[in-house]
Design a protein around this ligand. Structure first.
Ligand code: ARG
Length: 482
């Protein structure tokens, strides 16, 4: 039993078993307070729920519960006001708060830890913390996805080259390209809510690993804390860090999506492309080259994607090979996920404000789409509709492209005679098939790049976002404190 609160002799909560002091370096190395104090309010929230459940079960008296809860609330006020003094020797957030409680209210404070262990406590705190963090991120993601839709909507008919292998492939609408990212980030939002739902079971009451002999009510603490239910197996409940891995994987994929978008913005804002220009507010200059405008934010977010994936990998490796149930290795679970949350939150905020200031250079995009034979497939499609097998048509158009390359011209500027020499199936009407707008407009298959199809995507997105808005209210992001 963690019982030693005698200031004069030892600060440790397990003092009874030990006669020697902790090595100074061990104390520093073993302490997680600098990291886990971020969960202080969640720790208190969990303790308040635990204490009132203990009272309802007649494990604590009303007076004891009252004393404990008032003590915890006063500590919470001090933490919020940043008056609370954290002590490394007390190892972590749980022991700092419990120790302070007992210092303030006396040995009754020690009763709070009845039918509880730091093992179920830490897992509860982290789940509560992540739930709030993911609600904030869901909101950021929502805002960001709305900005994507806005930029697509306001540049609906801008034509740009679509690429495969970063070689010009077929012309597409810029809005189509942007809406591709909308789909990616919508999946991220869905994954985020799935991770949250899966995580949302209460470990509290699992105690150290095996449960407890006290007559507790796990359902009561679970529902007080907003969990959907209780973890079924006490050993799993204290050993499981899947929920952290789930979030880290969601965050890694999301950051990879941001990184890919960043890479495109970096390319598109280069002199060679000139497709977009980034707002001055989100670019930087060079200290030596006066002409420079660097896409630093995009680069940094592309870089930070590596950091978030690294956090994911680090925890995977930490968990690999751990026997059940709790092991101190698991104290390493928080730093990476806290860092990932901070990174994702800030990256999304930066992106949302950057998107609204981006200038799109429609002329440059169109010019680029006109070069590179982006209508070659359409000429082949034309021949196929005239009865030529597609493979043969592909070969014919390849020969025409070769002629254009040697003459330095585009397909649509070949004369009808030149085309008919290669295939007599080509007639005057071909010209109507080869303009960029015709090429784009022809791709009317569901999900294709024709304006009508992209409009459908946008309309769907707007509907999706407005139905999400009903669930996502800023109230979700309010502090957990009550
Ligand atoms: N600071 C610890 C952690 O984050 C809390 C759990 C400690 N449990 C224990 N049995 N030592 O993992």
């Amino acid at each position: 039993m963690e019982k030693d609160f005698d200031q004069a002799t030892s600060k440790r909560m397990w003092g009874g078993r030990f006669s020697g002091d902790t090595d100074a370096l061990v104390e520093v190395f073993g302490s997680s307070i600098e990291v886990d104090k971020r969960m202080a309010l969640e720790d208190i929230e969990g303790s308040l729920a635990h204490a009132s459940m203990l009272m309802a079960q007649n494990i604590l008296s009303e007076q004891e519960c009252d004393l404990i809860c008032k003590g915890l609330q006063a500590i919470r006020d001090d933490i919020i006001a940043e008056r609370f003094v954290w002590n490394t020797a007390l190892e972590d957030v749980h022991m700092n708060i419990e120790h302070e409680l007992t210092r303030r209210i006396g040995p009754i404070g020690g009763k709070l830890h009845t039918a509880r262990s730091r093992n179920d406590q830490v897992s509860t705190d982290l789940r509560l913390w992540l739930r709030r963090a993911s609600e904030r991120i869901a909101l950021e993601l929502y805002t960001f996805r709305s900005e994507l839709v806005k930029i697509a909507q306001s540049h609906l008919n801008v034509v740009m080259p679509g690429y495969t292998h970063l070689q010009v492939a077929q012309p597409v609408l810029f809005s189509h390209h942007i809406m591709a990212y909308y789909s990616m980030f919508s999946r991220d939002a869905e994954r985020l809510s799935q991770a949250q739902k899966r995580m949302n079971v209460s470990p509290l009451g699992s105690c150290a690993l095996a449960g407890t002999g006290f007559n507790i009510d796990r359902g009561e603490t679970a529902s007080k804390l907003g969990f959907d239910g209780v973890a079924m197996n006490s050993m799993d409940a204290v050993s499981d860090r899947d929920f952290v891995l789930d979030y880290l994987s969601v965050f890694s994929i999301l950051m990879i999506h941001l990184s890919r978008l960043s890479e495109e913005f970096i390319l598109w804002s280069s002199q060679e492309f000139g497709f977009i220009s980034l707002p001055d507010s989100h670019a930087t200059g060079s200290s030596i080259m006066p002409q420079k405008k660097n896409p630093d934010m995009c680069e940094l977010i592309r870089g930070k994607a590596g950091r978030v994936c690294g956090n994911f990998m680090a925890l995977l490796m930490t968990m690999k090979g751990l026997p059940l149930s709790y092991n101190k290795d698991m104290q390493e679970d928080k730093e990476g996920v806290f860092d990932a949350v901070d990174t994702v939150e800030m990256s999304l905020q930066i992106y949302s404000s950057m998107l609204s200031g981006i200038k799109v250079n429609a002329d440059r995009m169109r010019q680029a789409a006109e070069s590179g034979f982006s209508n070659a497939t359409d000429l082949a499609d034309y021949l196929s509709t005239k009865g030529m097998p597609f493979r043969e048509a592909h070969e014919v158009v390849g020969r025409l492209v070769a002629i254009c390359l040697s003459e330095g011209i585009t397909l649509e500027s070949l004369s009808i005679q030149q085309m008919q020499e290669v295939s007599p199936l080509i007639e005057d009407d071909i010209k109507d098939y080869l303009t960029l707008d015709a090429v784009v407009g022809a791709r009317r298959s569901a999900g294709g790049t024709a304006p009508k199809e992209v409009k459908n995507q946008i309309a769907f997105a707007i509907k999706e976002l407005s139905s999400e808005a009903e669930i996502l209210t800023p109230a979700q992001t309010q502090s957990f404190v009550h």
